[in-house]
Design a protein. Structure first.
Length: 298
């Protein structure tokens, strides 16, 4: 009984504080948006692209800070510009896409670091790098809600075309769907999603939020609709656990959220009914046992 009371208080005590309520709202919304897009990122194989966009927005964030503009504006411009630049270089050179992505995102991130060194105050920019979800303002919450709504509405409207593109772009093109247009749309959604997640975990850990939920769900189901639901559920659970853990331990909220997601992925990797390492090992041992019993093996 005492354990149950302690567990209830572990969740209820932090909710007495308004800053925790704000942090939980932003973390859940950002987590769901990242989780939904994460499913397509996993299927298309764009993990490195998510890393590229998350780092490429840094110069835009610094410029926005310098000129007193919303961080989202600069981040969207540089995120979208970097995606466009990757596409142009990829189409007009013999360099492979992964190399182009590596060049562009490291160059943009390096530019951002150089610009940071010229800014007198480092406080707000360190929050962008590492996240400061416990200090979000009303304008930050509004920005997250609006951008999240935009992403979810577009995904809901185009989800069939995006899913077809992810599974079979050749077939999508054959029936009249423009793969290049969908690729551009998906990259644009990725840029907006990165901006949404900045408030929760910062630039450094954004890539985890757009990869881990989808990868976890991919281990747990073969159906895309269920994959979306599982991915979102993992993100919400990680947000709740991460925010409350950071409150009680007085540690980084973004780090706790991503660690919670990583733990969920590890559990799925080990114990997933059909894809889990433990269950695969049991199946192999059972097969060998039956083989020996029938004289097929050994």
């Amino acid at each position: 009984m005492d354990v149950l009371i302690a567990l209830v208080e572990w969740f209820t005590v932090p909710m007495r504080f308004e800053f925790v309520q704000r942090a939980l709202l932003v973390s859940v919304v950002a987590g769901v948006v990242c989780a939904v897009l994460s499913c397509w990122m996993t299927l298309v194989g764009w993990s490195l692209m998510g890393d590229a966009v998350s780092h490429a927005v840094l110069p835009g964030v610094v410029l926005s800070y310098m000129f007193g503009m919303p961080f989202a504006l600069g981040a969207l411009v540089f995120g979208g510009g970097s995606v466009a630049l990757i596409g142009v270089v990829n189409r007009t050179s013999r360099v492979k896409e992964d190399a182009v992505i590596g060049v562009v995102f490291t160059a943009m991130f390096a530019l951002g670091l150089v610009m940071i060194s010229r800014v007198p105050s480092q406080t707000d920019l360190s929050h962008i790098l590492f996240g400061n979800v416990l200090g979000v303002s009303d304008s930050d919450i509004l920005q997250v809600l609006v951008l999240a709504a935009v992403v979810l509405v577009v995904v809901w409207y185009k989800h069939r075309d995006l899913t077809m593109y992810a599974f079979d772009p050749v077939h999508a093109h054959a029936i009249g769907v423009n793969p290049r247009l969908l690729e551009t749309l998906l990259l644009g959604l990725l840029s907006v999603t990165v901006v949404v997640a900045l408030q929760a975990v910062g630039i450094i850990l954004v890539v985890a939020m757009v990869i881990i939920p989808g990868a976890t769900a991919y281990l747990l189901t073969d159906r895309f609709e269920r994959m979306l639901l599982i991915s979102a559920a993992v993100a919400v659970a990680a947000a709740v656990v991460g925010v409350f853990t950071s409150f009680h331990l007085n540690v980084s909220t973004g780090g706790c959220i991503v660690l919670a997601q990583a733990i969920a992925f590890t559990l799925a990797y080990l114990f997933s009914p059909r894809q889990g390492l433990v269950w695969k090992g049991r199946a192999v041992r059972a097969l060998r046992t039956r083989g020996r019993g029938t004289g097929v093996l050994g």
